[in-house]
Design a binder for this molecule. Structure first.
Ligand SMILES: *Cc1c(COP(=O)(O)O)cnc(C)c1O
Length: 649
């Protein structure tokens, strides 16, 4: 039987609760059957994510999955380019937008291929920040008019690769980050006879804002300060390479939450650009780097997981500010490049995790403990629990906290037995529950009590690794929108935090998006014996690729989904990539799975000789070991078979 609250709950309320309309950019919704849907092109065609999961599970895969919506990726490339083209038209800007995708934000082949394909009609190029990335960019890049921008520290081989690009007829720009690179470029240009195209990366005084603020500004590790740019200019003039300098670049960090910071940086860089033109360099391109944000929490503020501007506003501010400065300086406006990575790829992929267990403090601690001989501290706590005294909630909490500490000291000194300790613990949490429950009707909740609410939350154990799949949440406290992918027509009645299966207490998610600041728990549904899937959204940038093999969990399964009108569900799975097997990850840390098997066989043989294992049994144990090497690293969740309902007579 459903309670009234459960029956009156609607998916619209879930949509609001989990914030789909705020962070989803029109791509994510809940339908009337309580399922989350994705609308890759924002054109009305929706895919039910649970259908994708069911189809993947039908082919023998298990969560965790990464699901990529390739059409959504394409849509983002188009939206960025259209935003700039529109701004250029509206501002009567007399040059082009020629953006590049920074490969480091998602190096996966299918992602880069889709972007290169979607960008063909916009002359959208690629950016590399290292030799391996340039190796990819050179081979994957197409077209004569699309840029390749080479950033990052460079050794002579990096520069040689870029010169190879020139020989292949590509528009490839070597951006000077360090003064020493100028000497290499000069020498290699002479050696190979290839004329390079050169850019300067300027160290702006305008500092980024947000998580990367401290890595920008005067003390940034990248870029040339004013004196160094002048020195570089002199060196190039001496080598007769003045005509090769075509681009000015800056990058003030990723996820810039405040549009004012962006405007300031663009103004400073435009002034720089005009000065370089006046010094006699041909120039022609101003590269505004990355920084275009994603509104992860949907608050549209300058909070670090959000942004106070839209992609369209960004484009028109960049265009208008460059134009204004150039017009006043009487310099022809440049082509504009941006290296927006996060904004292009973050929305296209999501992580699906399965919850397989609920750990509830409430349940174990609600059992009444009756120690044979009650210690005084337990009696004190009992009095506190019973007295619905006039103490304020916070005061009552603090008193309980003090008694709990007292009980622990007594236990450590040997004055409290296990029964009394258990009694003290459950009384303490019982008081906490009451204190928190008192909150329901009042508006303002002190921070301390909010945290307490998080501490009382149930733990939902999910079959995944934070360190593999959500590295930025662990390392940078980056927030991602998280919501159940089904049952949204039921009221979520459990306050929970999420924990992963690594043996690391940091392997958890206990901060969630909220309109104000962050929330310490997520409302979820009670488990009902069926698989319960959660989606972590907007994960396509950076962590998609940075997993760190903590506990050797390795890559997760992946499915690549395309819209398809002729299919029953409106989609098809184009490709599935299998996640890491155990043999893959052990081989990755320098073992050989064959050698490991041999060692186990030896041990089994020895045990057989000692008559501790029967020969036939030994064969089976070895088979088990070898079969497990071929399986996936994540938990293989086996649910107990459902009991058949007894027939009523
Ligand atoms: C990382 C990086 C980018 C991408 O930044 P986003 O904020 O993800 O768009 C662009 N340019 C350079 C030089 C970078 O290092």
């Amino acid at each position: 039987m459903k309670t009234e609250a459960e029956t009156t709950w609607s998916t619209a309320q879930s949509e609001e609760l989990y914030g789909f309309p705020r962070w989803g950019s029109g791509h994510f919704h809940a339908n009337t059957s309580g399922m989350v849907t994705v609308e890759p092109l924002a054109d009305g065609r929706q895919i039910c994510i649970k259908d994708v999961i069911d189809e993947a599970v039908g082919t023998g895969m298990q969560a965790p999955f990464v699901i990529r919506f390739q059409d959504l990726l394409r849509h983002r490339v188009e939206r960025l380019n259209l935003a700039f083209n529109q701004a250029i038209k509206e501002e009567n800007y007399d040059a082009r937008y020629r953006g590049v995708f920074p490969i480091k934000v998602n190096q996966l082949r299918e992602v880069v291929e889709e972007i290169v394909d979607a960008g063909a009609e916009f002359e959208y190029g690629l950016e590399a920040g290292s030799k391996p990335e340039l190796v990819i960019a050179l081979a994957m890049h197409e077209g004569k008019d699309r840029l390749i921008i080479c950033n990052g520290y460079k050794d002579p081989d990096y520069i040689r690769l870029a010169l190879l690009g020139r020989k292949l007829g590509k528009q490839i720009v070597i951006v000077v980050e360090q003064l020493s690179e100028v000497d290499h470029i000069v020498a290699l240009a002479k050696e190979t006879g290839v004329e390079p195209v050169i850019g300067f990366r300027a160290k702006l005084l305008t500092r980024g804002e947000g998580k990367w603020a401290s890595s920008t500004g005067e003390n940034a590790k990248f870029g040339l300060n004013t004196a160094e740019i002048l020195l570089a200019a002199r060196k190039l003039r001496k080598a007769n390479l003045t005509d090769c300098v075509r681009l000015l670049h800056f990058h003030i960090g990723s996820q810039v939450p405040n549009i004012l910071t962006i405007k300031k940086a663009v103004v400073e860089a435009s002034r720089f650009y005009c000065q370089l033109v006046k010094m006699g360099f041909p120039m022609g391109i101003l590269d505004v780097g990355g920084g275009l944000g994603i509104d992860y929490d949907g608050s549209r503020t300058n909070f670090e997981s959000s942004m106070n501007y839209s992609m369209e506003e960004y484009a028109s501010d960049v265009v208008a500010n460059i134009r204004d400065i150039c017009v006043t300086a009487d310099v022809a406006v440049p082509d504009i490049t941006s290296e927006s990575g996060r904004a292009v790829v973050a929305p296209h992929s999501m992580l699906v995790v399965e919850v397989f267990e609920r750990i509830s403090k409430r349940e174990s601690l609600s059992v009444k403990q009756r120690p044979k001989k009650k210690h005084k501290v337990v009696k004190d706590l009992e009095a506190l629990a019973e007295s619905k005294t006039n103490l304020g909630r916070l005061e009552r909490y603090h008193d309980a906290l003090q008694r709990k500490e007292e009980a622990f000291s007594l236990f450590n000194l040997g004055y409290l037995d296990l029964e009394n300790r258990a009694a003290a613990e459950s009384l303490f949490w019982q008081i906490c529950e009451e204190v928190v429950r008192g909150d329901r009707d009042t508006g303002f909740i002190p921070e301390e009590l909010l945290e307490l609410k998080g501490m009382l939350a149930d733990q939902y154990v999910c079959n995944f690794s934070v360190f593999q799949s959500l590295l930025d949440h662990w390392a940078l406290k980056q927030l991602f929108p998280i919501a159940p992918l089904h049952r949204l027509d039921e009221k979520p009645s459990v306050d929970a935090i999420l924990v992963d299966i690594t043996c690391d207490s940091d392997g958890k998610i206990d901060s969630f998006i909220d309109l104000e600041d962050t929330s310490h728990h997520l409302p979820l549904h009670p488990l009902n014996g069926e698989p319960y899937y959660l989606g972590v959204f907007l994960t396509g940038a950076y962590q998609d690729i940075m997993g760190d093999l903590h506990n050797l969990f390795g890559r997760v399964n992946e499915v690549h989904v395309f819209l398809e009108d002729d299919e029953e569900n409106g989609f098809y799975i184009e490709e599935t990539l299998q996640g890491s097997r155990i043999r893959d990850v052990v081989n990755g840390v320098q073992y050989s799975h064959n050698d490991l098997s041999r060692r186990i066989k030896k041990l089994i043989d020895a045990a057989t000789k000692r008559d501790e294992i029967k020969p036939r049994e030994g064969v089976r144990w070895l088979e088990l070991y070898e079969n497990i090497l071929e399986t996936k690293t994540y938990l293989n969740i086996e649910r107990p078979p459902k009991k058949k309902p007894r027939k009523k007579r």
